[in-house]
Design a protein around this ligand. Structure first.
Ligand code: E4P
Length: 218
């Protein structure tokens, strides 16, 4: 299972990268704004910084909603760096653009996916990744994980190569449930990744080993 970090914060990306388990990064316009990255020039430069840091797939989202605009923006983003993945919203014009990018050999991440039908469309259009937002589904008292299970089932039925990128992951249990459900990738905050480290029996066990070593070598 691949681990992507869902942030535009360079320190957090570097921390996850240093841990040695980071396979990529996802960003969105809200995450860029949260870091105070505004203006086209700064935004594009920031994507390049992230790509250079991780040397792995980095999703950069288009803000156009018409086919021509999505294509123009996506091609510009793709030219920025070999690791850019063009993030395209699950709308009619976005589906057309996914097919266009697929035919041009440009990697894509179809974002804002909330139903199995949308995921099926994304796969048929040749998206590299599909991003079902599990946390936001949980937020409205529905079952985000159920969506991952259904998409996995559909993709396996037909052998679609689109990778299921479980997005809007909020905590460690989301990661574990996604791993059980067979998601190809998960993207979440740094805390959801480092949270996997924690177990009280590890801390207790280590303390005892170190104490016993000290006693034996006093
Ligand atoms: C995915 O690529 C999105 O950036 C992200 O996972 C959305 O997460 P949120 O629902 O926590 O904002």
């Amino acid at each position: 299972m691949k681990f992507f970090i869902d942030t535009a914060n360079l320190d957090q990306i570097a921390e996850a990268h240093d841990l040695g388990v980071l396979d990529g990064v996802t960003t969105n316009p809200s995450l860029m704004a949260k870091e105070g990255i505004t203006g086209e020039k700064n935004i594009l430069e920031h994507y390049v910084k992230i790509c250079e840091l991780v040397k792995a797939p980095v999703s950069a989202e288009v803000i156009s909603t018409d086919f021509g605009g999505i294509v123009k923006e996506g091609e510009r983003l793709a030219e920025l760096h070999e690791h850019i993945v063009v993030k395209v919203p699950m709308i009619k014009e976005g589906v057309k653009a996914l097919k266009y990018f697929h035919d041009k050999g440009i990697s894509t991440n179809c974002t804002l996916v909330f139903s199995p039908g949308q995921a099926l469309l994304a796969a048929k259009a040749g998206a590299t990744y599909v991003s079902p937002f599990i946390g936001r589904i949980d937020d409205i008292s529905s079952d985000g994980m159920d969506l991952i299970h259904k998409i996995r089932h559909i993709y396996d039925n037909y052998g679609y190569e689109t990778q299921i990128l479980a997005a809007s992951v909020r905590h460690t249990m989301h990661i574990m449930d996604c791993a059980m459900a067979g998601a190809d990738v998960m993207t979440g905050p740094l805390s959801s990744i480092t949270g996997l480290l924690k177990h009280p029996l590890t801390d207790i066990g280590l303390e005892k080993f170190l104490d016993d070593y000290k006693k034996g070598n006093a």
